[in-house]
Write a protein that binds this ligand. Sequence first.
Ligand code: CDP
Ligand code: CDP
Length: 212
Amino acid sequence: MSITIDGPAGAGKSTIAKIIAKVKKLTYIDTGAMYRAVTLKFIQNFVDTKDAQQIEALLADIRIELIGDDIYLNGTNVTEEIRSPEVNQLVSEVAKLSPVRKKMVEFQRTIAAAQNVVMDGRDIGTFVLPDAAYKFFLTASIDERARRRFEEQRRKGFTTSLEDVKSEISNRDRIDTERELAPLIQAEDAILIDTTGLSIEKVVDKILSYIQ
Ligand code: CDP
Ligand code: CDP
């Protein structure tokens, strides 16, 4: 039994997915973290997103591992670094690239073939695991999503403004929705949950009420 949770930035996907995974004793897989790790490597290696050869070379040399709540890029723990403003700015451009998606989707399907997972992202219910037992699409108003992300970044000590956070996530949502390959869209058979004004506990209860 696998569960997919898709939706735009700040909808609460990873927070909720982690709790559901714990309650249901499934493995949580954060696919956004994978695209973020690839993006970090683009930044570290000064790779041009328009240079096919450079992209192929980067992908041939990349090793991503998920260990507990941490993510490793070629052996280095990059859990904190992948949430940086630089990665936020570039990740949706990198996630548009066909060879990047091909490699990540292959990796995600291999993980899901070996165990039952709660996997969150943008295209999990529509493309990565179309036969998943339960599919959810979480959303919330842009103001609430921006406010949640802003509070989170403030807690972490980043000094961004609410307006900047709002424009950054709106920009990513637009690129993710408009891209050609596996865009962000609710799967036809996914259950839509608008989490605006809902606590984390309420959303968890709602999801659990659908799962036997
Ligand atoms: O946590 P947040 O919602 O801000 O983003 P994330 O889940 O970490 O995903 C970062 C970015 O990776 C998204 O904005 C997408 O561009 C990309 N992504 C994707 O294309 N497909 C996925 N399955 C997951 C993430
Ligand atoms: O993964 P995604 O980008 O969809 O969102 P998240 O990282 O799980 O949630 C963003 C922030 O919103 C976190 O700080 C959560 O604690 C918070 N949150 C909330 O306040 N209320 C909810 N119903 C869900 C998440």
